[in-house]
Write a protein that binds this ligand. Structure first.
Ligand SMILES: C[S@@+](CC[C@H](N)C(=O)[O-])C[C@H]1O[C@@H](n2cnc3c(N)ncnc32)[C@H](O)[C@@H]1O
Length: 246
């Protein structure tokens, strides 16, 4: 059964079942990947496979962006002509690779990571991906790195502000990362905050699931609400992918 809205397309009813609507986000991602991403990277034994294998062998969690999400980050970076990118939360460097590939050769990409193991595997993956510019990994707790008065992020001259910052580390400190990002982004730059939905928990009370921290995100949204467009223009986007709803 379908509902026909005038001249528009037929839409499935809200009560749709698997039989009425058998398509899955995973299948759709597989199709889109086959059309939109480099075939060499996608192939069996290709770059994505090798990155995945290194992560599994090192016992790392499988929580990177999906290939299509990585490509979306790259599209954004290209669209704004980004030359300087900062990433908070490297893991195995999967998202970093898409961002680095979107940069011109004279570009710069810094990525911050707490775990020496993750940083080591990321370094291997960057070499494997033959990246130029090569990402600079800054090892240590990201907030300390960003706030270190003697570190590289202490005083950025205006012209060296980042064009794009991607926040994707621990969720508890998300609001602090956001505030540091405002300091480090050039005027008109873009800050992307991953996991901004928390599987929908953001819309529920904070006690809904104590294991999933939404307090940092709520502080961020409260800040943006009070700011009322004076400093930042922000939107929230829910994504569906082969991995999850986020
Ligand atoms: C979700 S993963 C990053 C995924 C990566 N951006 C990708 O999509 O390929 C989060 C990473 O942040 C790191 N992390 C957690 N707490 C951190 C902290 N305080 N400072 C820096 N990195 C941290 C974790 O070790 C982990 O590697």
């Amino acid at each position: 059964m379908s509902i026909n809205h005038g001249d528009g397309p037929s839409l499935p009813p809200d009560t749709r079942t698997e039989k009425d609507h058998p398509y899955t986000a995973k299948e759709t991602d597989i199709y889109l990947k086959s059309k939109l991403l480099p075939k060499d990277d996608l192939s069996s034994g290709g770059l994505y496979d090798r990155i995945h294998r290194r992560g599994v062998e090192a016992g790392m969690p499988d929580i990177s962006v999906t290939p299509l999400q990585g490509q979306y980050l790259g599209v954004l970076a290209r669209a704004i002509g980004a030359k300087r990118i900062l990433e908070i939360g490297t893991l195995a460097g999967f998202s970093t690779i898409f961002l680095a590939r979107a940069l011109p050769t004279q570009g710069v990409i810094d990525t911050l990571e707490l775990s020496p193991l993750h940083a080591k595997i990321a370094q291997e993956n960057f070499l494997d991906a033959d990246l130029y510019p090569f990402p600079r990994i800054h090892l240590g707790p990201a907030l300390e790195t960003l706030r270190n008065p003697n570190g590289p992020f202490a005083r950025l001259p205006d012209e060296e502000g980042y064009d794009l910052i991607f926040i994707d580390a621990d969720k508890e400190q998300i609001f602090d990362y956001f505030l540091e990002s405002l300091r480090l982004t050039r005027k008109g730059g873009v800050v992307i905050v991953d996991n901004a939905i928390r599987g929908g928990r953001i819309s529920r009370s904070e006690n809904d699931n104590p294991r999933i921290d939404v307090s940092g995100l709520r502080a961020l949204y409260d800040w943006v609400e009070k700011d009322a467009g004076r400093t930042v223009l922000m939107s929230g986007i829910q994504t569906v992918s082969e991995k999850f709803w986020e």
